[in-house]
Design a protein. Sequence first.
Length: 282
Amino acid sequence: MSERPEEPNTAPDADSLLPVDEHVEEGQDAEGRRVRHRGIYLLPNLFTTANLFAGFYSIINSITAQSALSAGNTTEAVKYYSFAAIAIFVAMVLDGLDGRVARMTNTQSAFGAEYDSLSDMIAFGMAPALLAFVWALGAMGKVGWMVAFIYVAGAALRLARFNTQVGKADKRYFIGLASPAAAGVVAGTVWALSDFEIPGAKLSFLIAILVAGAGMLMVSNIKYNSFKELDLKGRVPFVAILAVVLVFAVVFIDPPRILLLIFLIYAASGPVQHLLRMRRHK
């Protein structure tokens, strides 16, 4: 009689018995040994969640502004356009905080990095594109939503490329325009112009060039200064605090226009420096 073939062991291992909400992450300890951590860090992910909510809140306000404009209430529409743009700028602050908090408290994790990228896609990809579309690009029909999609795709590709270059690229520079800066250009433009009750449909062609340009800069190979070499934990001269206070005072004089100017200068600095480097090389 032939032997009965041995059946494969189908008993579930210990990890498969974990609750569905249990997160297990592998890493290394100080001595290089492989360790497994369960759960996620709360503090940095709270900032990331707030960043995600700000992007979602911006989308809601963009839709509400479109509804108000369709009803003929221009003043109400301008208010919601402003709320949508402000929410994107708030998301930028929160996005800067979550990474710094994680590094300062030594709570970096692969989960946090992926969660941050997904939140950035909503706050700096979808939210600015929708804001630009409902304010100006929608008047161009299919061309308008294609331009908005170019920006969204640019943001997605930018974030995906950034994730693959973590730990490999020079930390002093971003390769391509960072998605928060691109969002600042788009949201700042809508905020600054809608504040004067300027109909976006009259500027749809210029806005299309701006939005598409921001999307293309995100996936370009142009270098931008990341300012990550700044030491925020070290001691600085007293005059540095005065400079920070002055910057805040200048911004609050006219937030829509000042913020737009800052992000436009930063977005233009990359191509200008790239051309100067090419000229010196030749």
